[in-house]
Design a protein. Structure first.
Length: 362
């Protein structure tokens, strides 16, 4: 079914005019761009219990507890947990029987006057929400990269995707795929990239977040997504930052002894490189969308069967839409300046020298 885009104004106003929804907005970094939408469209008193910023690190720690990084999943999770708990504590008895409470939070590093030119603008956004009054909450967490060249544009994009996230959680949680599509309503993939999503709680009891990672790539929200051998979805930078990387591409249908032997032999040589010796090496098994397509579609069960085997072997998985190896390498170099090794067989080695793959380059 084709997704119909709703205007950001309409989404915010729909929530404001819904007496059954009531919540809190807490935002760190890039202004209070999400909460501002709900004040701008009118009727915010029907939706907003509180808005807050905690920009100062000492103040933020006093409210949410200490953390290693302020723009992190750890900080976002503590924000959501505290703010939702406060809603229930303060308002549960008064209006809990008729209200579906929610708490929205974001922690963002946008460009500023003091930012380096090469600094990446990014952030964590999340919403914890009830699907019915007096029920256990569910939760959505996403990581975004803000790709606009100017701070004001980044703030605007953050406000829009924040409204999309809240609206999707409250009205589209029954259809996670449509919820993903709606995240970029009134935006483009050239402005915002969503490279991680995690859905938890009773509203998403049947959802496998590894399939959601695949959906992010399939639906064009990102070029690559990652999860660990344990099945835990991760933001790629958290795993790859400043690491030496060894990656093997394949369809792994099924994974064979030859495939593993190629990886083991390559890794044993890779760690002898002077720039790698003594370093921790992160090993990835990469599947492109092309490797996952059977006929004209991707079968989620077939995909999960393959990643279950990789997980049992202790392998982390990268899903990408980088057909050419040089695009994969460029993606990995975005996360690390250390050495990168790519394992391939002789037929693939021969193929990468074909000029047709490079005609669009400078």
């Amino acid at each position: 079914m084709e997704h119909k885009t709703s205007d950001t104004h309409q989404k915010a106003l729909q929530i404001n005019l819904d007496p059954s929804k009531y919540g809190t907005f807490v935002e760190i970094g890039a202004g209070q761009e999400v909460g501002r939408w709900f004040f701008r469209v009118g009727g915010a008193a029907g939706t907003i219990a509180k808005t807050m910023s905690a920009y100062d690190m000492t103040v933020s720690d006093a409210i949410y507890g200490p953390c290693e990084r302020y723009v992190s999943r750890q900080r976002l999770t503590s924000m959501l947990e505290r703010e939702f708990a406060l809603l229930i504590e303060r308002l549960g008895q008064k209006r809990g029987a008729n209200t579906k409470f929610f708490a929205f939070a974001d922690t963002v590093s946008a460009r500023s006057y003091s930012s380096r030119k090469d600094m990446e603008a990014h952030g964590w956004l999340g919403v914890r929400f009830q699907t019915e009054p007096l029920t256990e909450p569910s939760q959505i967490i996403i990581h975004v990269r803000l790709l606009d060249p100017e701070n004001v544009q980044e703030q605007e994009a953050l406000g829009i995707i924040g409204v999309n996230l809240v609206h999707g959680a409250l009205y589209m949680h029954q259809d996670p795929a449509a919820l993903l599509d709606a995240l970029l309503d009134n935006l483009t993939a050239e402005r915002v990239e969503v490279d991680m999503v995690k859905l938890t709680g009773p509203a998403f009891a049947g959802v496998d977040n590894r399939v959601m990672a695949l959906q992010l790539v399939q639906r064009g929200l990102t070029k690559a997504a990652m999860f660990l051998a344990s099945g835990e979805v991760v933001q790629p930078t958290d795993v790859l930052y400043k690491k030496s990387i060894m990656v093997e591409r394949g369809s792994f249908r099924p994974i064979t002894k030859t495939t593993l032997d190629m990886l083991d032999c390559a890794t044993s040589l890779f760690v002898q490189e002077p720039k790698v010796h003594g370093e921790e090496v992160t090993v990835l098994m990469e599947m492109t969308l092309k490797n996952l397509i059977e006929g004209d579609r991707i079968d989620p069960k077939d995909f999960l069967d393959r990643v279950d085997i990789l997980g049992a072997l202790g392998k982390n998985v990268l899903i990408s839409n980088y057909g050419e190896y040089h695009r994969l390498a460029a993606y990995l170099f975005r996360h690390t300046k250390k050495m990168i090794g790519i394992v391939m067989g002789v037929p693939t080695l021969r193929e990468i020298f074909e000029e047709k793959y490079y005609t669009d380059l400078e």
